[in-house]
Design a protein around this ligand. Structure first.
Ligand code: CAA
Length: 283
């Protein structure tokens, strides 16, 4: 399975980061979104982030230009039909992901590996509703994608070995490190990370600390690069809540109960950095 062309669905913070690292590694990238504005914003974000890497001497100006030239955008999902690998990085909602796969599959060449960057949804279930469960995998990048070293590889129950090996080779070509996770709710990183964030929200909710003292404590007391509430704002509070709900529903344990304060913030539209307000105010 030779992979040279990659289709990325969703031009949000994960999708643009994924397009960035694939283009830099020499893959031809076709980035799709339903919004022209999101596509324009994604291309300018990639340009800015590549420029930052040029400024720090991590990428040459020539490599940046070559990477930018390898990224094409399209508003038409079916344009991705001839790519060798598709990475779905749309909203973390199962119905949205399914609608995307349903629309794409009739146009997708039979050999294409289909993946989802889902941070928590069952890969086996997503795969079972496609025409290629053996060529379907979870391909989970961490945010910010150009900086974070890890990629989780999650096999569904039917995923075959050649598909796994093809993605492992892709991760190596990206210069990243793969971690294999079994297909259980939220896999490895988010199974551990997001309950920690939820606990930080409970710590705030119960008045044990305030936003700054909680974040400061975990930065200085546990050497985390970001405090848990700052990190929640960075990930997106809606995504954190969606992951807690998947854990709560999938593992049926009250220890995964989403904090009511997290739910309230999401209901208010306070989603973190992307909406201008979360635990911090970015306006
Ligand atoms: N693109 C390219 N480079 C970037 C970048 C981006 N988007 N963001 C930061 N960088 C680079 C900077 O240029 C800088 O490079 P050098 O090391 O060469 O100087 C480096 O990353 C550090 O950046 P900054 O100096 O600007 O800021 P910082 O030191 O505060 O680090 C951070 C920023 C890397 C985001 C750091 O705060 C961090 O690691 N935070 C935790 C991130 C984390 O936990 N991510 C996982 C989230 S969970 C997830 O993603 C899974 C999920 O499904 C929800």
């Amino acid at each position: 399975m030779t992979i040279e062309t990659v289709g990325v669905i969703g031009a949000g913070q994960m999708g643009n980061g994924i397009a960035h690292v694939f283009a830099l590694a020499g893959y031809e990238v076709l980035l799709n979104d339903i919004s022209a504005e999101s596509l324009e914003k994604a291309v300018s974000t990639i340009d800015k982030n590549l420029e930052r890497q040029v400024g720090r001497g991590k990428v040459s100006a020539e490599d940046k230009a070559a990477a930018m030239a390898r990224i094409k955008t399209t508003l038409t999902l079916t344009d991705l039909g001839q790519t060798d690998l598709v990475i779905e990085a749309a909203t973390e909602r199962e119905t949205v992901k399914q609608q995307i796969f349903d629309a794409l599959l009739p146009h997708l060449k039979p050999t294409t590996i289909l993946t989802s960057n889902t941070s928590s949804i069952s890969i086996t279930r997503l795969a079972s509703r496609t025409d290629r469960p053996e060529k379907f995998m979870g391909f989970h990048f961490m945010n910010p994608v150009p900086v974070m070293q890890l990629v989780e590889l999650i096999r569904g129950i039917a995923t075959d070995q050649p598909t796994y090996e093809a993605l492992l080779a892709v991760v190596n070509r990206l210069g990243k490190t793969a971690a294999s996770a079994e297909d259980f709710p939220a896999f490895i990183v988010n199974r551990i990370l997001v309950p920690m964030i939820n606990e930080a929200v409970y710590t705030l909710y119960e008045g044990v600390g305030n936003v700054r003292s909680i974040d400061e404590s975990m930065k200085l007391g546990a050497n985390h690069p970001m405090g848990p509430l700052e990190l929640a704002d960075f990930i997106g509070l809606d995504t954190c809540l969606a992951i807690m709900n998947v854990l709560h529903d999938g593992l049926a344990d009250t220890k995964y109960r989403p904090c009511p304060l997290l739910t309230k913030y999401v209901e208010a539209g306070w989603l973190g950095r992307k909406s201008g307000r979360g635990f911090y105010d970015y306006r």
